[in-house]
Write a protein that binds this ligand. Structure first.
Ligand SMILES: [Zn+2]
Length: 357
């Protein structure tokens, strides 16, 4: 996270209570640890470096920041979320300023926090980190100049249906930055979202400003993999045919369909008809006739496959686990989703120093 020291801090004057001094020492400790980027206007940083009430080490941390001022100041224009430390008596608050989300933390409150810890990123499954890393790296390379930023975060395993409990606990502590990432499990745009994201939404307390729910709307992480990549790495006739089918939905005017197809299980007529609106959507997207099931089908067991399950799951997984380079530019919708995801993740995880190996 980028933590900006607001100009009002240089108006502290002689009003330096032990609590305020403790908070400033803590900010200096964050500067030394490098787990987040601390910035401020040069006058504020010089003021802090001049404070006699701070320890030598804290003052030299602020002096070092003042010297690196230019290097870090430009990063503020690259993030979509940042934190600021302000003079106020209240609790942390979140607000939107133009296109940017701002977390305002009162200076006196800093002493209650554990800002030296890196941002926690809670995933439904810890392995989700691989694909989100691929997207973050793409984002840094494609969208940011100078094209290089350090990041430092701790990935946390939500554990599927337990994700909301892990996130609720992080919110209850409310003492460090935490982002919880979920997908919607939806099989078409107007489908009802799955329980994992619904439960996180239900526990999410937007007043706990240090944490946030990145509530993403697509079926599962494999839907983030560009079709051209799937086609290149999976060459079996079935894979190629599925990829062509999904590509066809673009031409039919349903570019969003690629975010909702069921990569793992595929689709059957009976299965889709069980979902309210599912059959109508996919019938139009895939350009199918109005098929009806023979008597041998039950809603639970339907043999009328309209989209097969992806056959080469292992190959895709291997590529993801090797952080293979992928490019979403074939699809405007996917590119914009990648940019939103990359912007959020990079902003929440940006750091002054790289993560220790
Ligand atoms: Zn059937």
């Amino acid at each position: 996270m980028l933590i900006h020291l607001d100009d009002t801090i240089s108006q502290l004057g002689d009003d330096l209570t032990p609590g305020i001094i403790g908070s400033l020492e803590d900010v200096a400790a964050v500067v030394r640890a490098g787990t987040h980027i601390v910035t401020g206007n040069i006058s504020t940083l010089r003021y802090l470096a001049s404070l006699d009430c701070l320890g030598i080490s804290a003052r030299s941390a602020f002096r070092g920041l003042a010297n690196k001022y230019a290097q870090f100041a430009s990063i503020k224009s690259m993030v979509t979320t940042f934190a600021e430390i302000i003079l106020s008596e209240n609790t942390p608050t979140a607000s939107r300023r133009g296109d940017v989300d701002v977390i305002s933390i009162p200076l006196a409150y800093v002493a209650q926090l554990n800002l030296r810890s890196p941002t926690e990123v809670i995933y439904e499954e810890i392995q989700d980190d691989f694909i989100y890393e691929i997207i973050s790296r793409w984002y840094i390379q494609e969208k940011l100049s100078p094209g290089f930023l350090n990041r430092n975060y701790r990935p946390i395993h939500g554990g599927g249906g337990r994700t909301h409990a892990v996130y609720a606990e992080a919110q209850r502590r409310n003492n460090q930055f935490c982002l919880c990432v979920t997908d919607s499990d939806k099989k078409f745009p107007t489908d009802i979202s799955g329980t994992t994201s619904a439960e996180v939404r239900a526990v999410n307390d937007i007043h706990q400003a240090l944490s946030s729910h990145l509530d993403l709307d697509f079926h599962e992480v494999e839907n983030l993999v560009p079709l051209s990549f799937l086609k290149e790495k999976c060459t079996s006739p079935t894979s190629q045919a599925i990829a062509e089918q999904i590509k066809g939905v673009d031409a039919a005017g349903f570019p969003e369909a690629k975010l909702f197809w069921d990569y793992k299980k595929g689709f059957s007529v009976g299965g889709l008809k069980q979902l309210n609106g599912g059959w109508d959507y996919w019938r139009a997207a895939l350009g199918l006739a109005n098929l009806s099931c023979p008597d041998t089908c039950t809603p639970q067991r339907c043999q009328c496959e309209v989209l097969k399950p992806w056959p080469e799951k292992r190959a895709v997984k291997d590529q993801i686990y090797q952080y293979a380079k992928m490019d979403p530019s074939e699809c405007e919708l996917l590119s914009s989703l990648w940019a939103d995801i990359g912007g959020s993740l990079v902003s929440w995880c940006v750091s002054a120093m790289p993560k220790p190996a």
